[in-house]
Design a protein around this ligand. Structure first.
Ligand SMILES: Cc1cc2nc3c(=O)[nH]c(=O)nc-3n(C[C@H](O)[C@H](O)[C@H](O)COP(=O)(O)OP(=O)(O)OC[C@H]3O[C@@H](n4cnc5c(N)ncnc54)[C@H](O)[C@@H]3O)c2cc1C
Ligand code: SF4
Ligand code: SF4
Ligand code: SF4
Length: 374
């Protein structure tokens, strides 16, 4: 039985529970919640021992740091920063390794999926600032590893940790598993994204949807762009789109504000993040479209060396410099418990007004923090 009340919806406990008596509710407006059928629970504590927020985790001190980008410009164009994740999927496809990333399904849920072809690889590219669902990946990864297959899992740190804990508790040998964690600012409760999409583009349970949802389109960074059959059907900047305003204002789930992965030592064999670029250099396409990368294990180093042979260009950059350039490698998103008062304002004045008040207040808070730093 779980005693902690921090949950980021990684579903590792659901996957490991021998009695299948635990369910995670991801559709709340404030936090992810666990529902346990107490009468069926046998107190085996596996759910605590697998949970990324309560179990012991083996974090690794980074060995080396790099700034890097994909050599293929088409990869960079559709990627968020340097296209390192996409280059890894390319490498996987060429070397019979199963690469795992996230794709939107027909109901606009973002699910981890085994990337099988170029089309899926293109759709996985780009950061999607929404909750991603492990979608049965724990058992799939474990069974593939047991069959001797090689796997590359790229995902959020809490998802990587839950997967590694699951494999350890199931006694699965992870020698053939390489994990890559993305430095993570946090996610907004998914209900807000679904409601927003339905409102602004009228998207409903459309299983034939052949488009994509972009949060980092090159001409609309951190805005929201929705395409369908190559036509742009929604395109709003970060100052106009209500969902991205919530994300940028820091409406992160409660678990994200207490995230134990927001630090220098890492859970994955490799860590990828956006390269922090000073304002005056952002117009330089070559510099702005780069990733910073931490190599955290010898397994990670081996893959990195293979990528450097023709897929990416990398230049060594200090681990300490990379860490000092991003607060999410130092401490979690500030805890303001916004969901409580946001819910109250939303109830009385409506969602749009609540978002505008949040956006306005977050601007004031950010300015104060900037002044304090100076
Ligand atoms: C929610 C979130 C918050 C982030 N916060 C920060 C931050 O604060 N600072 C920072 O420097 N970088 C952050 N990143 C990472 C950064 O935005 C890039 O994802 C990273 O640099 C990889 O870029 P790329 O060009 O190599 O990847 P691409 O080639 O663009 O591929 C994108 C990769 O990200 C995966 N992905 C996209 N969205 C999700 C998701 N929601 N859940 C799981 N996997 C996903 C895809 O499957 C793919 O592997 C965040 C990413 C996400 C998803
Ligand atoms: S203690 Fe064991 S049986 Fe009970 S919910 Fe957790 S994993 Fe399931
Ligand atoms: S974070 Fe994952 S393992 Fe922990 S309670 Fe939530 S779903 Fe379960
Ligand atoms: S901030 Fe931490 S808890 Fe939240 S999604 Fe990212 S890794 Fe998971």
């Amino acid at each position: 039985m779980e005693k902690n009340n921090i949950c980021s919806g990684c579903r590792a406990c659901e996957a490991i529970c021998p009695k299948e008596c635990i369910k995670i509710n991801v559709s709340g407006r404030k936090e992810f919640t666990k529902i346990i059928k107490k009468e069926e629970c046998i107190n085996c504590h596996l759910c605590e021992r697998v949970c990324p927020h309560t179990a012991h985790i083996d974090l690794k001190e980074p060995l080396k740091g790099f700034n890097a980008y994909a050599l293929r410009s088409s990869v960079i164009r559709r990627s968020s920063s340097g296209g390192i994740a996409s280059s890894m999927y390319e490498y996987c496809m060429e070397n019979s390794i199963t690469g795992i990333g996230v794709l939107f399904d027909g109901n606009f849920n973002l699910n981890y999926t085994a990337i099988k072809n170029e089309k899926q690889m293109r759709k996985a590219a780009g950061s999607k600032y929404v909750y991603s669902d492990m979608n049965g990946m724990h058992s799939l990864v474990a069974s593939k590893l047991c069959n001797g297959e090689k796997i590359l899992f790229i995902g959020l740190p809490c998802h990587v940790a839950g997967l590694l804990n699951y494999c350890r508790l199931k006694n699965v040998d992870t020698e053939n598993l390489i994990t890559v964690d993305l430095v993570c600012h946090g996610v907004v409760m998914p209900i807000y994204f679904t409601e927003h999409l339905r409102k602004v583009v009228g998207l409903q349970m459309d299983t034939d949807f052949e488009g994509n949802i972009l949060f980092r389109a090159k001409r609309n960074p951190y805005g929201l762009t929705v395409t369908n059959k190559s036509a742009v059907i929604y395109d709003k900047s970060r100052c106009e789109d209500e969902y991205m305003k919530m994300y940028i204002a820091g409406m992160c789930a409660k678990s994200c504000c207490q995230c134990r992965f927001a630090q220098m030592d890492r859970i994955g064999d490799i860590t990828i993040k956006d390269r922090s670029t000073p304002c005056e250099k952002r117009k330089d396409y070559r510099v702005a479209n780069q990733s910073s990368v931490l190599i955290n294990s010898l397994k990670g180093m081996k893959l990195w060396d293979c990528l450097r042979e023709g897929k990416i260009k990398a230049e060594e950059y200090g681990v300490k410099d990379i860490v000092s350039e991003d607060e999410r490698l130092q401490f979690p998103s500030p805890m303001l418990n916004k969901y409580d008062w946001f819910g109250k304002i939303e109830k009385y004045f409506g969602h749009s007004m609540a978002v505008n008040i949040l956006w306005y207040l977050s601007g004031i808070v950010q300015n104060c923090r900037k002044k304090k730093r100076r």
